[in-house]
Design a protein around this ligand. Structure first.
Ligand code: FMN
Length: 196
């Protein structure tokens, strides 16, 4: 692997290749969280923004992941791009994006998705199955008829600020490349190579 000193620059080049080659959802990533007792859980979310501050995804703050992040803001992200045989692991602490950033992103979503965000009590049981969701959707559709749909108060984004990255690339005969970046106190990155 060509050595890089900046993990964000390496992320940018790998992500661009994934966007060009991965047939679907190159921005899908697995988000792992853990509850206050340390029990882990994982699910896919979509990367919606990233820069030197971190990696942003949007969700319902009362969902299981939202509750776990409230109890324990440490989380991990995993990108696995099958068509490239590459993965990137990213770990760090999450924090909520500010309201203006969440509002701006919410405003870009299709109206149907905005309404669904109001109607879905994400991760809660639907007492009457899908009919509960459809009724809630009809109710919010009527409520916001003829006006813009505001962002639901419990729907927002999290930014994971990385303190470590691992870039993994497949090589023949399991001689894979693993390059790890660990953030240092001065903000620089220590680089190490791990046995595959
Ligand atoms: C490809 C893919 C992308 C997804 N993106 C999101 C997302 O950006 N935000 C979200 O809340 N859920 C997303 N989901 C659904 C989550 O995986 C999950 O089912 C949901 O957020 C509830 O998770 P929780 O109960 O652990 O909070 C996505 C699922 C898939 C398969």
């Amino acid at each position: 692997m060509p050595s890089a000193s900046d993990p964000f620059a390496l992320f940018e080049s790998w992500f661009a290749e994934a966007e060009a080659q991965e047939p679907r959802d190159a921005n899908a990533m697995i988000l792992a969280t853990a509850d206050a007792r340390g029990r882990p859980s994982a699910r896919a979310v979509l990367l919606k923004a990233w820069d030197a501050r971190g990696f942003v995804f949007y969700t319902n703050l009362d969902s299981r992941k939202g509750r776990e992040l409230a109890a324990n803001p440490q989380a991990a992200l995993l990108f696995y791009w099958k068509s490239l045989s590459r993965q990137i692991r990213i770990e760090g602490e999450t924090s909520l994006v500010d309201d203006a950033e969440a509002d701006a992103y919410f405003a870009t979503r299709p109206r149907e998705s905005q309404l669904a965000a109001w109607a879905s009590h994400q991760s809660e049981v639907m007492p009457e199955g899908r009919a509960s969701f459809e009724r809630a959707l009809a109710e919010v559709t009527a409520r916001f008829e003829g006006r813009e749909v505001p962002r639901p108060p419990r729907w927002s984004g999290y930014r994971l600020a990385p303190d470590s990255f691992e870039f993994w690339r497949e090589e023949p005969f399991r001689m894979h490349d693993r390059q790890v970046f660990a953030r240092q106190a001065d903000g620089g990155w220590e680089i190490r190579y791990l046995y595959p």
